[in-house]
Design a protein around this ligand. Structure first.
Ligand code: PGA
Length: 256
């Protein structure tokens, strides 16, 4: 089964519009044409319009939001709607990131509403899942991943799954410098794929792209992406430097 790799920069609450311009001036010329992988950049909402003006005309790179309201419009102070994101050319929306789950109280039910809203609006959700260290050490890895996959994808059809990307991000590896070993990551990815087979069928399980996230960097990207069930990366820290993000992408291009 050949799946096109997808490598995404999650800038989190970094990069002012001015800083993003400097990054993109250095980064975009490295990828003037479509590569063998999908490249995605997720700036903050405020940085998005300026970044989109540079990213959207570039054939090799797409823009993503880091979050989205499940509501269409109205009295939701501080929230950003699908219609707003559409106007700036958004293609992907990161949903259910562990920081949203742990710091802002988003549970699988909330994330599920957002996933459904994103799909209805024609976006591709990048659905983040992953266990904490306590959960892993307590033998709960599979239960946690099963609950997140089933809960976040409730009501998503097999057809809609063609537009869903899953990011497996062990919480203990995010921003810590500790990366899951290729074996640990492969085992978790294969398990997530088996959950998709249970919930859908073999075709959906085989076609869904599953990214790895958690201290992905130029030094470990090639080995991780060579694993059978790892289809790209969601990159935080190492995506803030154009050279290191480009090196991670190059690992994906070389493996394609
Ligand atoms: P990190 O973040 O690469 O800095 O570990 C990944 C993520 O949270 O998406």
């Amino acid at each position: 089964m050949s799946r096109k790799a997808i490598i995404a920069a999650n800038w989190k609450m970094n990069m002012t519009p001015t800083e993003a311009r400097t990054f993109l001036d250095a980064f975009l010329p490295k990828f003037p044409e479509a590569t063998g992988v999908d490249i995605v950049i997720a700036p903050s909402f405020l940085t998005m319009p300026m970044a989109a003006a540079q990213i959207v005309p570039n054939a090799a790179v797409d823009i993503s939001a880091q979050n989205m309201s499940a509501e269409a419009s109205g009295a939701y102070t501080g929230e950003v709607s699908a219609a707003m994101l559409k106007e700036v050319g958004t293609k992907y929306v990161i949903l259910g990131h562990s920081e949203r789950r742990s710091l802002y109280g988003e549970d699988d039910a909330i994330i599920n509403k957002k996933v459904l809203a994103a799909l209805e609006n024609g976006f591709s959700p990048i659905l983040c899942i992953g266990e904490t260290l306590e959960e892993r050490e307590g033998g709960k890895l599979e239960d946690v991943l099963r609950g997140q996959v089933q809960g976040s994808l409730a009501g998503v059809s097999a057809e809609q799954m063609a537009n869903v990307v899953i990011a497996y991000e062990p919480v203990w590896a995010i921003g810590t410098g500790v990366t899951a070993s290729p074996e640990q990551a492969q085992e978790a990815h294969a398990f997530v794929r088996s959950l998709l087979q249970e919930q859908y069928d073999e075709a959906v399980a085989g076609a869904t792209r599953i990214q790895y996230g958690g201290s992905a960097k130029p030094g470990n990207a090639a080995e991780l992406i060579s694993q059978a069930d790892i289809d790209g990366f969601l990159v935080g820290g190492a995506s803030l430097d154009p050279e290191s993000f480009a090196a991670i992408i190059q690992a994906g291009v070389d493996a394609a």
